[in-house]
Write a protein that binds this ligand. Structure first.
Ligand SMILES: [Zn+2]
Length: 107
C-alpha cells in the first residue's frame, strides 16, 4: 500500500487521544508507518537541568511531538475536511495525482 501522506500535508486525527485535532505533517516514517504531526501527540520530557557550554541552563521540562500511526490521520480536503484519498491518472501527462475520494479535488 502506497503512503498517501507527505511531509507538509495538513491532516486531521481520526482516532486516539488527539481525535479531531489538525496539524501539518512534519515527518513521515514509512518504515514504521508513522507520522510526526505539528502539535499532535505532544509528550512532556523531564530532563535534568544542567549548565550548557555557554553558561546557560539546559534541560528542564520540554514538549515535543511523538509520532503517531499513519492510519490514525486523514488528509484534510479544503471542501470536505478529513477525507479518504484516491489516485487518478492524468490523461494528458500520465502523471498520478492525489485526489479527494468525495469531491475529486486534487490534493
Ligand atoms: Zn473533497
Amino acid at each position: 500500500m502506497a503512503v498517501k501522506i507527505k511531509k507538509g500535508d495538513r491532516v486531521a486525527v481520526i482516532a486516539g487521544k488527539d481525535l479531531g485535532a489538525e496539524g501539518q505533517v512534519l515527518q513521515v516514517i514509512p518504515a514504521k508507518r508513522r507520522v510526526l504531526v505539528e502539535g499532535i501527540n505532544q509528550v512532556t520530557r523531564h530532563e535534568k537541568i544542567r549548565m550548557g557550554r555557554r553558561g546557560n541552563q539546559e534541560g528542564g521540562i520540554s514538549h515535543r511531538e511523538a509520532a503517531i500511526d499513519i492510519s490514525n490521520v486523514a488528509l484534510v480536503c479544503p471542501n470536505d475536511g478529513p477525507s479518504r484519498v484516491g489516485f487518478r491518472i492524468e490523461e494528458a501527462t500520465g502523471a498520478k495525482v492525489r485526489v479527494c475520494k468525495k469531491c475529486g479535488t486534487e490534493l
